[in-house]
Design a protein around this ligand. Structure first.
Ligand code: PLP
Length: 444
């Protein structure tokens, strides 16, 4: 069966594109030594986890169910892979199982850490588990939306520096932060440098003298003599601009690293998700340099846990036009899919999903509003124009539909869930899962 023949609505994962994304991430791992995890909240088509495992170090979960899914589909099937979990609060009856199936558990607060201590401490003492704390770096990128900004005012996500103790609580081995959404490299670089400065009391004794700036000069192949004592190149400031951006490097950074307390130090740092590493134009060399710097200077294991980047532009939502309704504004196409049910981010973000062979309204001959067969008036996907007039029975292909789509869908209005299919590299489409009435009823 090819993609033109599958029953609609259906999400179709593009295996070739998925593999290309994974290869880019593997290159970053190989060049930098980072360990990259799949954030399952964005993409959890477990049928493709064997492919994911060929490229990534493992997966991270937002709670017990995702952690169990990763355990079942990786480790229990003999696939070597790490299993991490972070959640703002864990239930008492979940902790034992999490400690049995996860390698890393990240707590959101000191009180959660202490509340569950008696359970996790046993797994840590048996060297089966490493425990971390999520910190709030108090850094928001310039274009962040409040709903997707874990560092917005009043955020419950992660511990602010002022609320962290002076020394690392016993048993804690790592720090985790996540503050970005669909970002390039620079906001990550700026976040890390802020974390390095604010939370340096938890970092191990530096193993090299260079601060980040000096390290980047060296990585670019410059001789230290070429720099005056402000650290700026006398000859070539342009190269520096491109490399280090406008990052503010803490002055007197060496003195700051003087060890002032005797507590234990972290062994790993997790830089979270929100990095659009597989997007064209992402500064991947910059990312490799930053990770190499963290590893070389502090000897830390560095984790990244992107979700979107794994399956970016690696899927479609195929739909059929069921009716064309004239209105006082423009004709509306009634589709067998729905924004509210099948692509909730369209209404939540909100955004206009890319659609194959279409343009902005008015740019091509025929403009339509694309909507759904639900009764929700606002279940509108967006306005699009096309070369040709659209007819009942025509198919449309929404793009970039592998992420935050089938993991978030619902059966509001009794809408059938789209099937989940895989477009293999030879062009054949395999239906991975068909959904029907029982899936609707089973949730009620
Ligand atoms: C803790 C954490 N890690 C990773 C991710 C994945 O982010 P993204 O899919 O934007 O890369 C998220 C997304 O919300 C998150 O909350």
């Amino acid at each position: 069966m090819n993609i033109k023949e599958i029953p609609t609505p259906a999400y179709v994962i593009d295996e070739k594109k998925l593999r290309e994304n994974l290869q880019i991430l593997k290159d970053i791992e190989d060049k930098s030594g980072a360990r990259i995890l799949l954030a399952q909240k964005a993409y959890s088509a477990y049928q493709t986890y064997p492919l994911v495992a060929q490229y990534l170090a493992g997966a991270t979960a937002s709670g017990l169910y995702e952690a169990r899914l990763a355990h079942e589909e990786f480790k229990a099937k003999g696939i070597e892979s790490e299993n991490h979990v972070y959640e703002p609060a864990f239930k008492d009856d979940e902790m034992e199982e999490l400690c049995n199936i996860c390698d890393h558990i990240v707590f959101n607060s000191i009180s959660q850490l202490e509340h569950h201590r008696s359970v996790w401490e046993k797994a840590v003492s048996e060297k089966r588990l490493s425990v971390g704390l999520r910190i709030n770096p108090e850094y928001s990128s310039d274009d962040s939306f409040e709903i997707y900004d874990p560092c917005s005012s009043g955020s419950r996500l992660g511990i602010r520096n002022q609320d962290m103790p002076q020394t690392l609580p016993e048993g804690v081995e790592g720090l985790h932060f996540h503050n970005l959404c669909e970002q390039g490299f620079e906001p990550l670089e700026e976040t890390f440098l802020k974390v390095e400065k604010d939370f340096h009391r938890f970092f191990p004794q530096p193993r090299i003298d260079e601060d980040y700036d000096g390290y980047v000069y060296k990585a670019l192949g410059y001789d230290e003599e070429e720099f005056d004592d402000t650290g700026e190149s006398i000859d070539d400031l342009e190269a520096l601009d491109g490399a280090a951006g406008s990052v503010e490097i803490p002055s007197g950074v060496d003195e700051e690293y003087t060890i002032t307390n005797t507590g234990s130090r972290i062994k790993w740092i997790n830089l979270g998700g929100g990095h659009h590493i597989t997007r064209e134009g992402y500064d991947r060399d910059g990312l490799v340099k930053l990770i190499s710097y963290i590893k070389e200077k502090y000897g830390l294991d560095v984790y990244l846990e992107p979700g979107e980047a794994i399956a970016l532009e690696a899927g479609y939502l195929v739909t059929t036009i069921m009716d064309v309704v004239e209105t006082d504004r423009m004709p509306v196409l009634i589709l067998d899919t729905s924004a509210a049910c099948h692509m909730p981010d369209v209404l939540e973000m909100p955004y206009r999903p890319p659609l194959m062979h279409s343009e902005q309204p008015g740019e091509m001959n025929y403009t339509y509003r694309l909507s759904s067969r639900t009764c929700l008036a606002g279940d509108i996907i967006g306005d699009y124009s096309f070369e040709d007039e659209k007819k009942i029975g025509d198919r449309l292909y929404f793009e970039d539909m592998a992420i935050y789509s089938f993991v978030k869908n619902n059966t509001f209005n009794g809408m059938p869930l789209p099937d989940l299919a895989l477009l293999h590299e030879d062009g054949q489409v395999e239906v991975l899962k068909h959904f029907g009435y029982e899936d609707f009823k089973g949730r009620l």
